[in-house]
Design a protein around this ligand. Structure first.
Ligand SMILES: [Fe+2]
Length: 364
């Protein structure tokens, strides 16, 4: 399968994975030739990239670090719990947080189990979701990246669970921010931004008062917008005053935010998002964690069309664990001429680099 932008889709292309709504229902089926009407719908839904079937790349598989079952259960729990908190707020009832830890613990445990089972790099571009509320998918994706990083940092079981729970609930305070501000299509005023900023402390207050949730888990919500140089919020603390959990979360949070489609801008690909993290390494983000993150994720996801520095062109076919910059590539073109396809391992060909990529071949 091949990763292409929805804008470059042609009539009769077929999706190799369905597009889901965030309530778990299938919006657009896989395997059925697309009509122009459906292509327009995909674009309108704000979906930037999709996987399509393609004869030459039919053996290229897309890694799914978390099973569809786990993903569906996670999204359902996040949606249900977050909506319940929001409703309490609207009605003015006192919030019962007793079930927060119980219900989210189950979800974090299944995500942990799935990630442990896999020995591949993390790639979640493959999960095609369309959402009413970005926050549900975002909370799950951030949890996956965070746990992946925490595992590489050799966290204990207790720590993995603690930070996993902190990650899935890091933005819980956002349920108290009015939707018009949260989903505003355009520049926020200072007042609006101040309201959004309150979500860190609101989440912290909620979690530190909830039974069976550790204070460190609550600090994930409190500190995930703090930055090493003190330019973050709500406290503007620096360096080591920011807990390690929050430093990890900050990276996972920003990475998912820029690689996700939002109404007001298109999603970046992983290597572009990584450039943003590297630009802030040492000032905004912990440098060592950024470096570790770049080894944990699929920088060039399977199915992506790439150009190599020696004039060859191909599609990313497999990943090299701990070497996300240098995946396997199925080469099918050299110096502009089609050649019989063969696979190359970029981890073994140090003289070539990926110089450019695109999500659809210009000439087919
Ligand atoms: Fe946040």
């Amino acid at each position: 399968m091949r990763l292409v932008t929805t804008r470059s889709l042609k009539e009769n292309d077929t999706l190799s994975k369905p597009v889901y709504h965030d309530n778990g229902n299938v919006l657009i089926q896989a395997g059925i030739p697309l009509s122009q009407r459906i292509i327009n719908r995909l674009i309108k839904l704000g979906i930037g990239y999709v996987y399509i079937e393609d004869e030459m790349t039919k053996n290229i598989k897309v890694q799914n670090i978390v099973s569809d079952e786990t993903r569906k259960a996670a999204i359902t729990t996040i949606r249900k719990e977050f909506e319940e908190i929001a409703n309490h707020q609207i009605i003015g009832n006192s919030l019962n947080t007793a079930h927060l830890s119980k219900n989210f613990s189950k979800v974090v445990e299944s995500i942990l189990a799935d990630i442990k089972k896999s020995d591949d790099v993390i790639s979640i571009l493959s999960d095609v979701y369309c959402y009413d509320s970005y926050i549900f998918t975002h909370s799950l994706n951030v949890t996956i990246y965070t746990i992946g990083l925490a595992m590489e940092l050799k966290f204990t079981e207790k720590q993995l669970f603690e930070i996993g729970l902190g990650a899935i609930l890091h933005d819980v305070g956002k349920v108290l921010v009015p939707k018009e501000i949260l989903e505003k299509n355009g520049r926020l005023t200072n007042e609006e931004f101040d309201i959004i900023k309150e979500h860190s402390r609101a989440g912290y207050d909620m979690l530190r008062n909830a039974p069976n949730i550790s204070l460190l888990t609550a600090h994930c919500a409190f500190q995930h917008h703090e930055r090493i140089n003190g330019s973050g919020y709500p406290q503007g603390i620096t360096g080591d005053k920011i807990h390690l959990y929050a430093k990890i979360l900050a990276i996972a949070d920003v990475f998912d935010a820029v690689t996700s489609n939002r109404v007001y801008r298109k999603a970046m690909l992983p290597h572009e998002a990584l450039e943003i993290l590297y630009a802030g390494a040492g000032t905004l983000f912990d440098k060592q964690i950024v470096e570790l993150f770049s080894k944990t994720i699929a920088i060039y996801p399977n199915g992506l069309t790439v150009y190599l520095s020696d004039g060859r062109k191909g599609v990313v076919s497999r990943q090299n664990k701990f070497c996300g910059m240098r995946p396997f590539v199925l080469i099918f073109e050299h110096a502009g001429a089609k050649i019989s396809p063969y696979e190359v391992d970029l981890a073994k060909e140090h003289h070539v680099t990926i110089i450019e990529n695109e999500t659809r071949l210009a000439v087919e």
